[in-house]
Design a protein. Structure first.
Length: 127
């Protein structure tokens, strides 16, 4: 009986620890990129093409929005994370969907799940 309780406790701890590590958004700096102080998120431009001004690449920003998330929420997260890096603009380089087969519950049949991921490069304009 004690062994069963210990097993259930360890399994619950493992599941909650794994779920706590999932991040739907984030950023990381390139190793050789200079560091700047954070910027105001409202000043960060979102670009779909190459910037026309001289710039420095700071790092990447990524987000995996839920299917219910609207455009303004996703743009706000992208701007917030780019501003935390000190960026003036964010160039969207990938906006893609992934298809996966997944179970929603044990008794339901397999369904296709569409997972979206947006990746952008945070840049700082040369002054």
């Amino acid at each position: 009986m004690k062994m069963r309780r210990l097993t259930i406790f360890c399994l619950a701890a493992l599941i909650s620890g794994t779920a706590a590590c999932y991040r739907p958004y984030g950023y990381h700096f390139y190793p050789d990129a200079p560091r700047f102080s954070p910027n105001y998120p409202g000043n960060v431009e979102l670009l779909r093409g190459d910037p026309r001004r001289e710039h420095i690449r700071l790092g990447e920003v990524w987000v995996r929005p839920s299917p219910m998330a609207d455009r303004y929420y996703v743009e706000g997260i992208l701007r917030e994370k780019a501003a935390a890096m000190g960026a003036d603009a964010l160039v969207i380089v990938a906006d893609r969907y992934f298809r996966e087969r997944a179970f929603y519950s044990y008794w339901s049949p397999r369904r296709t799940v569409y997972d979206r991921q947006i990746v952008g490069i945070a840049i700082r304009y040369r002054r």
